[in-house]
Write a protein that binds this ligand. Structure first.
Ligand SMILES: *Cc1c(COP(=O)(O)O)cnc(C)c1O
Length: 458
């Protein structure tokens, strides 16, 4: 237990702590929920109330909280060294982790650059891709542009916001951002091209191709969240979409950056989402689940061809002049390695099948409700999109805060989830049991009914 009383913590939170992505007046009006400890899939607040962690502590947690092997890995590393650097020296954890990631990543990704957050993993890929075209044999310095999708979310640094496709996050900073070539996203429920999935032949891929044709020799890379666009509202891509992007990028000699910050580490059913489409991107960006959800760490994997373009002496000036102080931190590397071992020891991916199947089956119950417009899922990740009118797909007015009210109500039943607008996100730790998954879905279904079907005031 904290030695500071809960009431004092709440006062100090309101007095001093600025929360991310948080409307401050709304926050000031509530008593913050203060999580003090956790066990498995459960979180406990300062008063001892228990909550099922329905979004894996913001899409990060994989093997459950307080996993003995992960806890032990950090303790063991703590007896050696907590932090050193990768600038000018190396350390065993970063070396082994780089090696293990290469062993498991799609064939051809052989070089690992560590940083500390998803945003930096993508920022590194953007800068490397840009610099690559200037330094490769037969340089193509005109390749300075990026193609990214509507609804894309790649993090909050200015580079990532530049390629990001969520207007709400971009608009304020527009004068600071570099221009990005924007392609329609495969949001099949609300197809931007007005087509039907059954016979569209993934026409939105043609739009990407047309952008490349309109900008010959100008595009450095296409950036995509493979299989599922997370922050856009868990937009699940049609089968073949990612493969199509890879083919188009090869035809036009453009690099492909796969941002697996959200979908990596088993979330979609395979360790990396790219595997499911047999795709090797030129850059693979990893973070969130890399340490099992324990410590900040990120990695940008790339190919020998990219690495070779940076290979030179100080005098040659090919150096990638970029680094983050805590990149590849030894404690984070130790727990990341332990988390990979847990994938093997507990057959995490093999045991995911039945859970994904149960999730899919139970989502049908949601889909049958009168205000659920669409349910989308892949592996152990799902989004439930709520609409005011199912027939017309008309959304609720934003100030109805339907998603938020549903998630707020779920807390009363001991479930912690966070919406994306009016999309309820379901993203529990992969270690969740079938029974716990049922509880999570029972509560959410009930709260969807309570709030959208007027079973109570919510
Ligand atoms: C969360 C996320 C990021 C940003 O990661 P941070 O660790 O929050 O900086 C980037 N891309 C995707 C797809 C994400 O989901």
């Amino acid at each position: 237990m904290s030695t500071i009383p809960a009431g004092t913590l709440r006062d100090w939170d309101h007095a001093n702590l600025w929360h991310p992505f948080t409307p401050l007046a709304d926050w000031a009006a509530v008593d913050p929920l203060i999580i003090e400890r956790a066990e498995g899939v459960y979180l406990f607040d300062v008063e001892g109330h228990r909550y099922l962690d329905g979004v894996g502590s913001l899409w990060c947690n994989v093997n459950g909280h307080r996993h003995p092997a992960l806890d032990a890995a950090i303790r063991a590393q703590l007896d050696k060294v907590a932090h050193t650097t990768l600038l000018g020296v190396s350390h065993p954890g970063a070396i082994e982790l780089a090696h293990r990631l290469v062993e498991r990543a799609p064939e051809g990704l052989t070089r690992v650059f560590f940083s500390d957050d998803g945003a930096t993993a993508v920022e590194v890929a953007l800068k490397m891709a840009f610099q690559y075209w200037r330094q490769k044999p037969d340089p193509e310095p005109r390749r300075t542009q990026f193609v990214a999708l509507d609804g894309a979310y790649h993090g909050d640094t200015l580079g990532d916001v530049s390629i990001g496709g969520v207007d709400r996050f971009r608009a304020m900073f527009a004068p600071l951002l570099f221009p990005t070539l924007r392609a329609p996203n495969p949001y099949c429920y609300r197809c931007p091209l007005g087509l039907e999935r059954a016979d569209c032949a993934i026409a939105c891929l043609d739009a990407v191709e047309r952008i490349l044709e309109a900008h010959p020799g100008e595009v450095a890379a296409i950036v995509v969240e493979p299989l599922v666009q997370g922050a856009a509202g868990m937009i699940v891509q049609p089968e073949g979409y990612l493969r199509g992007l890879r083919e188009i990028s090869r035809e036009h000699d453009v690099l492909l950056i796969a941002d697996e910050v959200a979908v990596g580490f088993g979330r979609t059913g395979t360790l990396f989402a790219c595997e499911q489409e047999g795709v090797t991107p030129d850059f693979l960006c990893l973070a969130k689940g890399i340490t099992g959800g324990y410590l900040p760490m990120a990695a940008t994997l790339t190919t020998e061809a990219v690495y070779a373009a940076f290979f030179g002496t100080a005098a040659e000036g090919k150096t990638f002049s970029h680094g983050h102080t805590y990149g590849g931190n030894p404690l984070a590397a130790a727990v990341a390695l332990a988390s990979l071992r847990v994938f093997d020891d507990e057959a995490t991916l093999e045991r995911l099948g039945p859970k994904a199947a149960r999730l899919a089956e139970r989502l049908a119950e949601f889909a049958a409700r009168p205000h659920v417009g669409d349910v989308r899922h892949r592996g152990l990740l799902a989004g439930v999109e709520l609409v005011a009118d199912k027939a017309t797909k008309a959304p609720y007015p934003p100030d109805a805060l339907v998603g938020r009210r549903i998630c707020q109500r779920a807390r009363d039943f001991g479930v912690l989830v966070r919406p994306l607008g009016d999309v309820i996100v379901i993203m529990p730790p992969l270690a969740i049991t079938l029974d716990q998954l049922d509880v999570l879905l029972d509560v959410l279904l009930r709260c969807v009914r309570d709030v959208t079907e007027g079973k109570s005031s919510g």
